[in-house]
Design a protein around this ligand. Sequence first.
Ligand SMILES: Cc1cc2nc3c(=O)[nH]c(=O)nc-3n(C[C@H](O)[C@H](O)[C@H](O)COP(=O)(O)OP(=O)(O)OC[C@H]3O[C@@H](n4cnc5c(N)ncnc54)[C@H](O)[C@@H]3O)c2cc1C
Length: 449
Amino acid sequence: MAALSRPRCLVVGGGVAGVTAAVALAQAGRQVTLCEQRPTLGGKASSFVPPGRSQLVDNSQHVLLRCCTSLLALYETLGTADLIDWHDSLPLLAEDGTRGAFRAWSALPPPLNLAPAMLALPGLSVRDRLMLGLAFGRMILADRHRPDDRTFAQWLGRCTTTHLDRGFWRLMLTSVLNAEADQVSARYALLFFLDGLMRHRQAYHLGVPRVPLSVLHHDAPIAWLSSRGHRVCTRTLATVRPDTGGFAARLGEATERFDAVVLAVRPEQVARVVDAELATELVGDLPATMTAESIVGVHLWFDQPVDWPPVLGLMRHDVDWVFALDGGRRLSVVTSAARSWQGLSPAAAAQRAVAALRAVDPRLPEPSAHAACREAQATFVPAPGLDARRPGAATTVPGLALAGVWTNTGWPATMEGAARSGYRAAEALTGQELVPTDLPRQGLFRVTC
Ligand SMILES: Cc1cc2nc3c(=O)[nH]c(=O)nc-3n(C[C@H](O)[C@H](O)[C@H](O)COP(=O)(O)OP(=O)(O)OC[C@H]3O[C@@H](n4cnc5c(N)ncnc54)[C@H](O)[C@@H]3O)c2cc1C
């Protein structure tokens, strides 16, 4: 009976943003219905079974960093935080075959703890290292004043080299923001380098899920919500209309009333959930003006385990990151901002990935099977000035909140951005403080201004 008296909240969209909003609202004492049109939750961070196989694999290997405090808080709540493997040393391979690792030196305070790693990066000339040092020095000075009126390439100006542009910046920046230095706002590049790598000793640690994303974003949320008396409806398309003192929602064939609603769908999907006039008020011209970039994920299966490190970043190669999974029997290969892979069939993409890996290890055997997934609209490009057009969680309609990676969290299109947006939407509806705190500033970042 207690559940019946709780305010009823509908969350439309079961991606990471919607799942987080649903969990946060449930924690805040609301009675939640989470509605997803597809058969599974997870949205862009989900798994699939490739044709001819029985194993669930991810649409592309997703990773996170320790600075992803909202996503990790969600995983803690769902009891899945232990399913992430953490790497504090990131092996890197340069095009000339030299190897190195991105690893902090614990004896020094942040950000000096990363200086030895920067100096030891493989395949760089003295001039590259000098420019990298200058660029990082400028970033630290720009900590509190992060410009959004120019691209990172413009901000770097002469503090770079062609080699760095195609190597280090491409591997680090493009992998996280999924766009090139001449596309992304300097603010987002600085967010990644300062908050994501430097400001806390562990911020840069790389988390790789040990299980398919479906365990994290489908199985666990359904189990958590259902066991607490909340409802998850998959294969259910929702439409919503503000109605006296609340909302009338059509969930598949049924009509129900709710006190509050979170729209956690993509901006171009909002007009399919609410009427056109309200959709325009909520998302403005974002669907038409926000540009997106693609990501290609290739899975290669081998009959025998291959000798490959668990994680390897490839600088100035045709693919960016390679993950050895299933005890070395599967390599998961990721390429960001993958425009040149456009139009390739899965077989051709797999062939291209194998060729790229053979450039690293000519002894790599022929894979026994492959699967490839190219998400053409994987993530939005965090271009200069975009933030001013990203709406916040609160709307002018009482009881209606927005979530989704594209809302204005100050974060780029990552699972963390989606999780933050979910907590913010729950905050907007409940008035409670729900967004988990960031990692504290350590070392010199306690005093920079
Ligand atoms: C290939 C790829 C690789 C990536 N790699 C990483 C990575 O390594 N690390 C990282 O942090 N991020 C990564 N990302 C980005 C991250 O996955 C996304 O930014 C994030 O998952 C977006 O979540 P979301 O909830 O905002 O949106 P979505 O995942 O798009 O969720 C929206 C959901 O709403 C549903 N929906 C829409 N309309 C309705 C309706 N009317 N009724 C019911 N349901 C509806 C949709 O079906 C969808 O499931 C990657 C993305 C892709 C595509």
